[in-house]
Design a protein around this ligand. Structure first.
Ligand code: NDP
Length: 334
């Protein structure tokens, strides 16, 4: 099996030398396990956290360990009655071309029902993150204004389109003119380029009645521009802080936490962090039903950014954190 392992923990932006590319025989499956050939590997921002040993909600990858990640794979050999060779499954094989996994962690995919790559994006973890965080925490009401950044990514694009389906006014924020044009195709009411000067003013103009739900994907300058526009009782599902993932120190300038707490108090804001798995037991079945329908109807569109070759995963991953991806980042492995 060809595989990519963590050579050392990056400081700041991950570098090629933080990864080892090598080959090793894959372990034969035991009873209850399945041998899989990787077709597609998902690259997701959370992997930056797994490369670090800072305190987090999940254990880091060990130095020398294979990089983790969700995969769409073909069953090669099965020692479980639940699976047979040739079937396509969603698993957690990581950055390698073959994996041996317990049958219990696999989900059978139906290639007739939807392209199998959607299990990594719009119909998988990122789509579910959007759905659960928006509905359970954002609680958008018809006529309210919902804003989201990283808005062409798998999470943000689903947030905006679901909010639109619910009758909200939607503001999408993304990096660069091509992404802004795509936001308009996706039906966002207003699209803002965060790389342009005057972000604060642009957000102000985009939200004449203020913002009721800000789905936080990025932090940084976008958050600074949105915070003054939050309405009384606004809800902020805190989903991710992509602007900070490679940061090695706190942002420049004065400590703004007192001003933030003042705004939380004065405007009765709800800021609520979440990790999507919290909502899996209560919302995943509804998600598959609702999102499956929206994708079929075309009221939630999705875009995938597929790069060929496992060896390109490190560079593609680092590019995604900087916004070089355009849609759900996927590596075509097999
Ligand atoms: P994306 O494909 O959207 O990739 C991340 C995007 O972040 C980049 O493409 C870039 O988009 C944007 N970005 C990076 N730096 C900045 C910056 N300084 N300012 C503004 N935008 C920036 O990723 P996902 O859709 O997979 O994930 C979106 C967020 O959701 C991430 O923060 C991720 O960690 C989080 N997440 C959280 C989960 C949870 O359970 N809490 C689960 C899954 C994801 P652009 O070019 O538009 O700037």
């Amino acid at each position: 099996s060809h595989r990519i392992r963590l050579a050392s923990r990056p400081v700041g932006v991950p570098q090629p030398e933080n990864f080892i590319h090598d080959d090793a025989p894959v372990r034969a499956p035991e009873d209850g396990e399945v041998l899989l050939r990787t077709l597609y590997l998902s690259l997701d921002p959370y992997m930056r956290g797994r490369m670090s040993d800072a305190k987090s909600y999940a254990k880091p990858v060990e130095v020398g360990g294979i990089m983790v990640g969700a995969t769409v794979s073909e069953v090669v050999e099965s020692r479980s009655p639940e699976f047979e060779p040739g079937q396509i499954v969603l698993g957690y094989g990581g950055w390698q071309s073959y994996s041996t996994e317990p049958a219990g962690q696999l989900r059978l995919l139906d290639p007739e029902a939807a392209p199998v790559t959607t299990a990594l994006g719009v119909l998988g973890m990122p789509g579910f993150t959007a759905y659960s965080g928006l509905l359970a925490i954002g609680k958008p009401q018809p006529g309210e204004t919902v804003a989201v950044a990283a808005a062409t990514g798998p999470v943000g694009s689903a947030v905006g389109q679901i909010a639109k389906n619910l009758g909200c006014r939607t503001i999408g924020i993304a990096g660069g003119p091509e992404k802004v044009a795509h936001l308009e195709e996706l039906g966002f009411d207003v699209a803002i380029d965060h790389r342009q000067d005057g972000l604060r003013e642009a957000v102000k103009q985009a939200a004449p009645d203020g913002i009721d739900v800000y789905f936080e994907n990025v932090g940084g300058a976008v958050w600074d521009a949105v915070l003054p526009r939050l309405n009384e009782f606004a809800r902020v599902p805190v989903c991710g802080l992509a602007a900070n993932y490679n940061a090695t120190s706190l942002p420049d300038g004065p400590d703004r936490s007192a001003a933030l707490m003042n705004a939380v108090l004065r405007s009765s804001l709800t800021l609520r962090g979440f990790i999507q798995r919290e909502f899996v037991p209560t919302m995943f079945e509804d998600f598959l039903t609702d999102m499956g329908r929206w994708v079929r109807e075309g009221t939630v569109k999705y875009r995938e950014d597929i790069t060929e070759g496992l060896d390109n995963a490190p560079e593609t991953f680092v590019g995604m954190l900087a916004g070089k991806n355009f849609g759900k980042t996927i590596i075509k492995v097999g």
